[in-house]
Design a protein around this ligand. Structure first.
Ligand SMILES: [Zn+2]
Ligand SMILES: [Zn+2]
Length: 337
């Protein structure tokens, strides 16, 4: 299912109707006419409710910081295991998408950041403050490349006045610090009663370090490439995992997209832009190759570049399927895997 503009407008319409009880009845026949059109947003809370197995929710599947207002939000994910939530990356939209998935904020146990590009970290600080307002526990932990500790302290300091007003009003303990562990090398990151987490250094110049992560839950293993050029170490890290979430780039569509942007007056050079994209990101065919080499069961294509709706799921899937013979999922926001 793709988020066509008609699906989007219907969803918006339904959301608007649902807010007015007198009109809720009018929405029912519309929904009944097209049951298949249920959006991922409507399905996520139901899919997570009472889930016994570990679940991954793709909160944002668009690549790059460009275009707030896009169908696909910037990169973020949450894994839910035994009632504990683990967020990976905090692109713009993470707070809202987390809430829409129906996961309570007190469930948030840890936050992981792959690297310090805006499409992966811009809503990290806000998540801490809004999360705290919504009942996030103060022993939440954060993991990511340096200077995450400093960034966290600076952000909390910047919002001290806001936090203090909230603490006074609602008679709750203020958010004064978050336990941050900086990760700058490959290897084990952390472990708790649900999961063992390890990291790998990936290839995303000039960002150093940029990380990929692997989460080994008791029932399931989920690996994330982070942002990277095609890289052997990702296949090695993801070896035998149940799920690999890999960034994916459609080179030809990207070239067209960049030429269009230049024609619209964006001050970039085509060659420079493509050189950067090729040095930093992975063409979707190579994603298939890496997934095959890793021998994962399921490949999730996410961080899609360009993040435009005109590339069909079949197009994305067929390019990865040239090399990968397992299950391929084209990521959608709020999809539960
Ligand atoms: Zn990115
Ligand atoms: Zn990046």
């Amino acid at each position: 299912m793709t988020y066509t503009s008609s699906a989007l407008s219907r969803r918006t319409l339904l959301a608007g109707l649902a807010g007015t009880s007198a009109l809720t009845a009018a929405a029912a026949p519309l929904a009944a006419q097209t049951p298949a059109a249920k959006t991922a947003a409507e399905q996520a809370p139901a899919a997570l409710k009472d889930a016994k197995a570990t679940k991954l929710v793709l909160l944002g599947t668009g690549g790059g910081p460009g275009g707030p207002g896009r169908t696909r939000k910037m990169t973020s994910h949450v894994m839910l295991s035994n009632g504990a939530a683990y967020v990976l990356d905090c692109g713009l939209g993470v707070i809202d998408q987390y809430a829409r998935a129906g996961i309570p904020f007190p469930a948030l146990r840890s936050i992981f950041i792959t690297h310090h590009h805006a499409d992966h970290n811009i809503e990290y600080g806000p998540l801490l403050v809004v999360g705290w307002i919504m009942g996030m526990h103060l022993d939440v932990r954060a993991f990511g490349p340096p200077p995450l500790k400093q960034m966290t302290e600076d952000f909390i300091r910047a919002y001290k006045t806001t936090v203090d007003f909230g603490a006074e009003d609602f008679k709750v303990k203020p958010l004064v610090a978050v336990d941050v562990k900086e990760v700058s090398a490959a290897g084990p990151v952390t472990q708790d009663d649900n999961v063992k987490v390890s990291a790998v250094i990936v290839e995303h110049p000039p960002v150093k370090p940029a990380l990929g992560y692997r989460f080994d839950f008791k029932d399931r293993s989920i690996a994330f490439s982070g942002d990277t050029a095609p890289f052997e170490a990702v296949a090695k890290m993801a070896k035998g995992a149940d799920v690999l979430v890999h960034e994916a780039m459609h080179v030809q569509a990207l070239e067209t997209y960049i030429r269009d942007e230049i024609a619209k007056g964006r001050p970039i050079k085509f060659e420079d832009m493509m050189a950067h994209m090729k040095a930093d990101h992975t063409p979707v065919e190579d994603v298939g190759r890496i997934a095959q080499e890793a021998g994962v069961k399921t490949l999730v294509l996410s961080h899609l570049v360009p993040s435009i709706d005109s590339i069909t799921d079949d197009t994305w899937r067929s390019l990865a399927a040239k090399y990968f013979k397992g299950e391929i999922i084209v990521g959608k926001d709020l999809m539960v895997v």
